[in-house]
Write a protein that binds this ligand. Structure first.
Ligand SMILES: [Zn+2]
Length: 116
């Protein structure tokens, strides 16, 4: 999950109450998200496969995005079930992949959070 934040240019490393965190935006609705580094993630942020695994999606970073629970559990589930079987879903997937590509940034070793 942290690797996804690291390669998403909407995310930046911040300090919240002395804890390191990544702050960025939901891939779907741009809701602000906060991922704490020391918790290895957060229960309020979910990892999503843009092309669902059931439709042959991979675990590559380019196919992964961070989403708020509302998007992942609402839109996400329906979108999974119809995965790539109708033009509407295909369109959504294409748009998300494009959005992910636009947000993409190469991981920078010097900005990587310290391993504590
Ligand atoms: Zn969202």
């Amino acid at each position: 999950m942290l690797a996804v934040a690291e390669t998403d240019s909407t995310f930046e490393c911040v300090l919240v109450d002395g804890r390191e965190a990544w702050r960025g935006k939901c891939l779907h609705c741009n809701t602000p998200l906060l991922v704490f580094v020391d918790s290895g993630g957060s229960s309020t942020v979910t990892l999503e496969h843009i092309v669902p695994r059931t439709a042959g999606g991979t675990d590559e970073l380019g196919n992964l995005g961070l989403a708020c629970p509302r998007c992942n559990h609402g839109k996400g589930v329906r979108h999974d079930r119809n995965a790539l079987t109708n033009p509407r879903s295909l369109e959504v997937v294409e748009r998300l992949l494009e959005k992910r590509r636009k947000r993409w940034r190469e991981p920078k070793p010097w900005s990587r959070p310290r391993a504590s």
